[in-house]
Design a protein around this ligand. Structure first.
Ligand SMILES: Nc1ncnc2c1ncn2[C@@H]1O[C@H](COP(=O)(O)OP(=O)(O)OP(=O)(O)O)[C@@H](O)[C@H]1O
Length: 231
């Protein structure tokens, strides 16, 4: 279980607090106005930013002193983070090993996740030879391969058109949450959250509010969320 224990984050004039837990297997949308601190919250959970107070705890273990690579977390950002000069297979191998070494077992594992995301037979291609949607699938395959319990998505599919984005969100939910991973997703598109989220964290006015069940919250949103949803 993810627990943010008295977390306080400062960046210059900006500050954000969070004190809550998120149940395992939740798909939690992080919503709120621009500049509210959604990306800052994810960066702190991931370990790229140190909090000024409090702790990030996973299954009772304090992650706060642990570097990003040592945390049970994988991250998918908008730009996909695929290396253009490497094949899909090599890009995925970097999710398994810092030097991207390949052996028969790794090739097999990579082939299996490529099949799960619908990229069978594309291991030898470089990212430029894939469509935007296929690049997103490859990046998602790497997250799957890393097999970390907590997945942070920061506008992962923002560059895709609405139809493709919806398809990718459904795939992400199926392959990530379907296996009991906990997912936290920042999106600027409320329809993304309404599509896949079980929970919502509202980040506004210096506070990341505790996760609430998405259905009831979206049916009767408080004023800050109502403004964000454009209702
Ligand atoms: N390095 C920094 N130094 C000082 N302030 C910063 C720094 N980085 C971000 N901020 C401020 O922190 C606040 C939160 O930014 P953040 O990017 O987390 O918001 P966000 O909710 O993700 O916004 P958006 O929806 O526009 O992406 C903003 O007011 C921003 O100006």
């Amino acid at each position: 279980m993810l627990r943010l224990d008295g977390l306080e984050i400062r960046q210059g004039e900006f500050s954000l607090s969070a004190d809550w837990a998120l149940e395992d297997g939740a798909v939690c949308a992080v919503m709120g106005p621009s500049g509210g601190g959604k990306s800052t919250l994810l960066a702190t959970i991931a370990g790229f930013l140190a909090p000024s107070a409090g702790r990030v705890v996973w299954d009772g273990r304090d992650l706060t002193p642990i570097a990003p690579a040592g945390r049970p977390i994988s991250i998918l950002f908008q730009d996909n983070n695929l290396f253009p000069h490497l094949t899909v297979e090599r890009n995925l191998a970097l999710g398994l090993d810092p030097r991207g070494r390949l052996d028969a077992a790794r090739r097999h594992a990579i082939g299996a996740v490529l099949e799960r995301v619908g990229l069978t037979g594309m291991a030898a291609r470089k990212p430029a030879a894939l469509s935007g949607g296929q690049q997103s699938r490859a990046a998602l395959a790497r997250v799957l391969l890393m097999d970390r319990a907590l997945v942070l998505l920061d506008e992962p599919f923002a560059a895709l058109g609405p139809g493709l984005r919806a398809e990718m969100l459904d795939l992400a939910r199926e392959v990530l949450a379907g296996e009991g991973r906990t997912v936290l997703m920042v999106s600027h598109a409320p329809e993304d959250a309404t599509r896949i989220a079980s929970h919502i964290v509202l980040v506004d006015a210096g506070r990341a509010a505790p996760p609430q069940a998405a259905g009831p919250l979206l049916a009767d949103p408080p004023p800050a969320l109502r403004a964000y949803l454009g209702r």
